[in-house]
Design a protein around this ligand. Structure first.
Ligand SMILES: Nc1ncnc2c1ncn2[C@@H]1O[C@H](COP(=O)(O)OP(=O)(O)OP(=O)(O)O)[C@@H](O)[C@H]1O
Ligand SMILES: [Mg+2]
Length: 236
């Protein structure tokens, strides 16, 4: 479970201070599937960076799986991140010169896992995303949807409890986007993993359990989707 309490994040730009998050309080339960929506510049990515332990708040408290991570130093923050969290980005962020398998192995390399175990776990993660037969392809030899699957396999390889995705369908066509959403749904059902996804697509948001709407760095609304919302969701 994760609990954000009155999170404020300000950036100082010359003489101006930008209040990217202005007192955000949100609790997300284990296994919950949450969509974060809101206008451009409202603070969604900043919030994801907090949730993902990529950055710490200016003030407020963040409790992740029982640990207060809001005041950790960089290296302790990195440890918390590696232990609990997988990331997926809009632009995949894969290394283009190495194979899919090697890309997926990277987080394990940083974690000091040996070669044989690395290869096994990367293959397992690639199989889980339906790409067990594409291990030796490089990103340039794969479609956008396949590249996003590789990025998801990389996010899963450390068996995180929390999967964070910032606009994961933003660079994909609607059919491929729908396939990626179906994969998230499957991972959630099979692994009980908590998923938080930022999206501009109402159809993507409708598939989640819950929608948190951000405006001007604050939570504007926080509502549960109905069974009907989820059944009628169409990815655009
Ligand atoms: N590193 C930074 N330094 C200074 N200002 C920043 C920084 N990161 C974000 N901001 C500012 O904080 C505000 C929120 O930005 P953020 O990237 O969180 O918005 P967003 O909701 O993700 O927008 P989008 O939908 O366009 O991705 C913006 O006004 C932005 O300019
Ligand atoms: Mg953003």
């Amino acid at each position: 479970m994760l609990e954000l309490k009155n999170i404020v994040k300000t950036y100082v730009m010359g003489h101006e201070t930008v209040r990217a998050l202005d007192g955000v309080t949100v609790t997300i339960k284990d296994g919950e599937y949450v969509a974060i929506v809101g206008p451009s510049g409202s603070g969604k990515s900043t919030l994801m960076n907090m949730i993902g332990c990529l950055d710490v708040p200016t003030s407020g408290e963040y409790i992740l799986n029982g640990q207060d991570v809001s005041k950790l130093r960089d290296d302790d923050l990195a440890t918390a991140r590696n232990k609990h969290i997988g990331f997926v980005f809009q632009r995949f962020n894969l290394l283009s010169r190495i194979t899919a398998q090697r890309n997926v192995e990277l987080p394990l390399r940083y974690g000091g896992v040996g070669g044989k175990e690395r290869a096994e776990r990367a293959k397992e993660a690639m199989t889980a995303v339906g790409l067990g037969d594409r291990l030796t392809h490089k990103p340039v030899e794969m479609s956008g949807g396949q590249q996003q699957r590789v990025a998801i396999a990389r996010a899963l390889v450390n068996h995180p409890t929390l999967l964070l995705a910032d606009e994961p369908t933003g660079a994909l066509d609607s059919k491929t986007g729908a396939e990626i959403m179906a994969l998230f749904k499957k991972l959630r059902e099979e692994r009980g993993i908590t998923i938080v996804i930022v999206t501009h697509d109402p159809g993507v948001a409708a598939q989640a359990d819950r929608v948190v709407r951000i405006k001007d760095g604050r939570v504007e609304s926080d509502t549960l989707n109905t069974e009907e919302d989820r059944a009628n969701a169409v990815v655009h």
